[in-house]
Design a protein around this ligand. Sequence first.
Ligand SMILES: Cc1cc2nc3c(=O)[nH]c(=O)nc-3n(C[C@H](O)[C@H](O)[C@H](O)COP(=O)(O)O)c2cc1C
Length: 274
Amino acid sequence: MNLIDINRKTCSRDGICAEVCPLHLIDFQEEGYPTPVPEAEELCIRCGHCVTACPSESFLHRDMPVVQCPPVQADLLLSPEQCEHFLRHRRSIRVYEEKPVPRDDLARLIEVARYAPSGRNTQCANWLVLDNREELRKLAGIVYEWMRWMLANMKEFAVSLGMDRAVTGWEAGNDIFLRNAPALIVAHAEKDSRLAPSTCTIALTYLELAATSMDLGCCWAGYLNAAAANFPPMMEALALPEGHQCFGAMMVGYPKFHYHRLPLRNPPVITWRS
Ligand SMILES: Cc1cc2nc3c(=O)[nH]c(=O)nc-3n(C[C@H](O)[C@H](O)[C@H](O)COP(=O)(O)O)c2cc1C
């Protein structure tokens, strides 16, 4: 089968597929039918705009069969008020219930995160899920070791990031690195990928929002992420595939407490230009 075919019996020749294709890989002249440009096979980024925007389901894409693309359900979309309220009520959760998160639920979070935008639709985030408490405790201990190293070798910088207090907190028995969370989801990708940092960050952001909708709570594991980029013992412990780097990690668990009000934020700094 060709990468792209058009069902000429149903195509209404509205030209939508040509207009929405981000790479302009569809030629469309009003008197004819849409046709792919010769390089389409190699340049297509499989974003699916052509298939999912065609109202008559006439756009046939070998790698994105329209029957496998669920229809948009208007009744499941959020109103602007619902969306704003939902986004504003998400909080970083740092106190978790003891109970573990079922793997099916963790997998569902990653499933939703797959739909986050990624540069050129590379979808380059890979996932490591850790849900063994001893393992997580070990990783938190490595963050502690990294901070001690930082305080010994780059004291001023480490203190400016609050590492002295973090170390003291850990020594007093508080896991301020992973918050005793029952699970940690690490997003990783090829370390030289230009698109990996943004792709992993945005995917984790989707994941955190999905967790909120499932009455789960998340918190970015920023300290662990920094240790993963700089401290060989953390790299060894994570044991990511060769050539991969951690580009973000998220604690996941059931929130012990619920929030009753929305917080305040700084006013936005906006420059309007016309
Ligand atoms: C990239 C990033 C790294 C973060 N790292 C940590 C962290 O290591 N530990 C932590 O407790 N919170 C961490 N946070 C959470 C922020 O402190 C939190 O988002 C901020 O205080 C606002 O609170 P809210 O998320 O509840 O609205 C991180 C957030 C981001 C975006």
